[in-house]
Design a binder for this molecule. Structure first.
Ligand code: XUL
Ligand code: CO
Length: 437
């Protein structure tokens, strides 16, 4: 037992018990699905089980070694992780290879360590029913990855990276994960003065096709994901944003097997909103999964804070609902408690805050849809494409010449108001004056 609290229960919105859910009622049915099924929360292993408060200027503010070292420490971390998930009612977790098992001197040793630990995780999964949402490999931490993994100028690094991804896919199959994530890590560059961009991009495509081919022929039937991020650690990341990744996937013939894992803080670093990135993924048929967190709009880096901004979670869940909900994906809290929130209670409280913010976001997103004013406004705004000339344009029946002839004598064309302020007031109305039942 690492966590003092018992199971965290739903106690309703009037609850003042900090260790209770006020909105997340896992079994509550909304529009035919339980909240648990809508939200599919996942715990990020790296932030929750390993991160211990280190920043650029100072060391740990909390210890997550549980007084142990070596494989015993990794097993204790797994015990802690499963206790936390069970107490919070979280059914999924996400991890990098090196989060759950110690790195060896060689790839071969690391793979053996991972196999020992995935045996242990499998046993814990059988006891609890908890599973990974997705697996990934850390191809950015070790110094050999300083110039990238699949985009490294060194072919041996490409080979080690391939071996790590093979082991990661094997772990995903063994543990029943329905996702495998590629976050670019150092797949980008800092200056063109030392970079062959064309070779790096082709190698990245080759690498992902190899992963797809290996996975598909070895029992991985889930989704592969790219997780876009514009900068940090490299100045120019090849997976800048959702639109860049969609283009990369199509250019490399990967669109049937890959989707996108959209992270809120990465969206804002790219100069986009979270809901913009979700919409771009959806319109490209690539909506897959979410790394749920939030950034600080006054800071220019990835702060990975727990999501508590209900305006943002509402807009995000509206996109998720419109995209048809999660299939293999879910909501992974790629988030860490602040450096000063340095107790295990803070970890529990952070998850409660994030889960409740998304539960309330889900409730409010359905209220936007049931209210209907926003959807009706958008439909009306584009109604000129539903009949006459507009419909013929959409149906592909017009040409540039036919339209030029049609438009030649048009006068006083009026475009209706966009009504942004009114629609923002509707959002306030739904968010702040509606109920939560
Ligand atoms: C880094 C990031 C990663 C990925 C997994 O910014 O978000 O933690 O989610 O590698
Ligand atoms: Co992430």
């Amino acid at each position: 037992m690492y966590i003092k609290n018992e199971k965290i229960e739903f106690k309703g919105k009037d609850s003042k018990d900090p260790f209770s859910f006020r909105y997340y009622d896992k079994k509550r049915v909304i529009n035919g699905k339980t909240m648990g099924e809508h939200l599919k929360f996942a715990m990020s292993w790296w932030h929750t089980v390993n991160a211990s408060g280190t920043d650029m200027f100072g060391g740990d503010t909390m210890s997550k070694t549980f007084g142990l070292s070596g494989m015993d420490m990794y097993k204790a971390k797994a015990d802690f992780a499963f206790e936390l998930m069970r107490k919070l009612g979280i059914d999924y977790y996400c991890f990098h290879d090196v989060d759950v098992a110690p790195e060896g001197e060689t790839l071969g040793e690391s793979v053996k360590n991972l196999e020992i630990m995935t045996d242990y995780l499998l046993q814990k999964q059988k006891e609890t029913g908890i599973k990974p949402l997705w697996v990934t490999a850390n191809m950015f931490g070790d110094k050999k990855f300083m110039a990238g993994a699949a985009t490294s100028p060194c072919a041996d690094v490409f080979a080690v990276a391939a071996g790590k991804v093979k082991a990661g896919i094997d772990a995903a199959v063994k543990l029943g994960a329905k996702g495998y994530v590629f976050w670019g890590g150092r797949e980008g560059y800092d200056t063109l003065l030392n970079t062959d961009m064309a070779l790096e991009l082709h190698n990245l495509g080759r690498f992902m096709r190899m992963a797809r081919d290996y996975g598909r022929s070895h029992g991985f039937d889930g989704d592969f994901y790219i997780e876009p991020k514009p900068k940090e650690p490299t100045k120019h990341q090849y997976d800048f944003d959702a639109a860049t990744c969609a283009n990369f996937l199509r250019a490399n013939g990967l669109e049937a097997d890959f989707k996108l894992n959209i992270e809120a803080n990465h969206a804002t670093l790219a100069g986009h909103t979270f809901n913009h990135e979700l919409r771009v993924a959806a319109v490209n048929g690539m909506f897959g999964s979410i790394d749920a967190n939030q950034g600080d709009m006054l800071l220019g880096w990835d702060t990975d804070q727990f999501p508590t901004n209900v305006y943002e979670t509402t807009l995000a869940m509206y996109e998720v609902i419109k995209a048809g909900g999660f299939t293999n994906g879910g909501l992974n809290f790629d988030a860490k408690a602040r450096r000063q929130s340095n107790t295990l209670e803070d970890t529990v409280l952070s998850y409660i805050a994030g889960m409740d913010a998304f539960a309330l976001g889900l409730i409010k997103a359905y209220q936007i849809i049931d209210d209907g004013r926003i959807d009706a406004f958008i439909k009306e705004r584009y109604s000129s494409y539903e009949s006459g000339m507009g419909k013929r344009i959409v149906d592909g029946e017009e040409t540039l010449e036919s339209l030029a002839a049609y438009a030649a004598d048009l006068k006083d064309i009026k475009v209706q108001s966009g009504r942004q302020e009114y629609l923002e007031a509707v959002m306030n109305d739904i968010l702040f004056s509606g109920d939560t039942e």
